[in-house]
Design a protein around this ligand. Structure first.
Ligand SMILES: [Zn+2]
Length: 55
């Protein structure tokens, strides 16, 4: 399940043991930093890093 969109996607990448689907990966890469969604994506990435460092 994708950490960002919570959808059971199969195509994507694994980062620090967490799954990120290719759609969200593209969204993060193409989202401008001034876009409100960017903060949401960054928060998701932080969650991935926190999960990885706590385990
Ligand atoms: Zn996703």
């Amino acid at each position: 399940m994708c950490i960002v969109c919570q959808q059971p996607k199969t195509a994507g990448i694994h980062i620090c043991g967490q799954f990120l689907c290719s759609d969200c990966e593209q969204a993060i890469v193409t989202t401008d930093v001034s876009d409100a969604r960017y903060r949401y994506y960054v928060d998701c990435m932080k969650r991935i890093w926190l999960n990885a460092s706590s385990s």
